[in-house]
Design a binder for this molecule. Sequence first.
Ligand SMILES: [Zn+2]
Length: 411
Amino acid sequence: MIARQIADAVNQDRLLESIDTLATFGARDDGGVDRPALGERDIEARRFLIERARALGCGVHVDACANLFFRREGDAALAPVMTGSHIDTQPTGGKLDGCYGVLAGFEVLAAMNDANVRTRRPLEVAIWTNEEGTRFSPGAMGSSAFVEPSRMARYADVRDSEGMTLSAALDHHRSAFPGLPQRAQHEVAHAFVELHIEQGPQLEDADVPLAVVSGIQGVRWYALHVQGSAAHAGTTPMPLRRDAMTLAIALRQELDAIAHELGRADTRVTFGRWSIEPNSINTIPSAVSFTIDFRHPEASVLAAFDEHAHAIVQRHGARIEALFTHAPVAFDASVLSCIDGACRALDARALHLTSGAFHDAMYLATHCPSGMIFVPSIDGISHNPAEATDAGHLALGARVLAHCLTTLCND
Ligand SMILES: [Zn+2]
């Protein structure tokens, strides 16, 4: 079996070495990585990967959002199979978030070379620009622009904290890599598989080395505005007060209860940002605003929460503002069964999980049949210099990726 042959050609030492080398671009003193999208350190990291891809015999292409594509040609003029992730990090990021998926893709390219195998379809490893959304907002910019190029018109003028626009950062990227050919925009991929660290504790808790990720939960963001009346904290009798904070806390309690009632164990609800006016020790709060981040894998639960939240807020005479919404994503059944098949072939136990975090695959799923694989995160830690995964788990994830990509490439 060719898929098995490629999986067995995955080299753990080479994979670990590449993870450590990429982590030197933007290395922090505490062992983490700080590499903002399209900054100097990102450009140098990209230069390193472009050289590595060329040494592996791959073609290098770019698109309008500086997504990079490293392509190993196949035998036939067929749509490519894609893998990859991102290499930008949080300011206090680790070595693995995103990078692992890209470098495991490189390891598959190298394993195919070592096994001297030519697949039917081409294989492309992608680097998606600005997934973290830390430098330019929103996140997953590159992958969302890839699947819907018209988004670039909106993204071009987005500024980072220093006032630099995305389009200026893209100009800088173009001048750093002059003459990179554009990827053929019309070329729809045959399938996309993203390998990523879990960034949560479920796999470790279950003592299972892999997850086949069946989808990504949906999210709704809201801002709530509660109006009261400022008055003297010492002289205003309690029954006469219109305290915005008292009402806001009652609202929070009701919304929290309904979120748990509707979503049960899968509910993730967070009231993360609060602002209070006048925010003074001896004045009754006159206005309170706070946010809700509600997430759930089922669209019907998200919709029911939306309805209840509006009703509750209206009953209390407050105001609710919808800020952002993203529907749950269900990955493609045939890609998931290909990943399941790879796990079985390699005797690797796997759970089926829904991802709590967003990933580039969320957008790729609207472009072509897509799926994801997770490996465990030690103590569930991510977006942190201490982010780590057992070396054996990193290698196993890359082997499953190799098996699955080879199968898809010979479809
Ligand atoms: Zn990531």
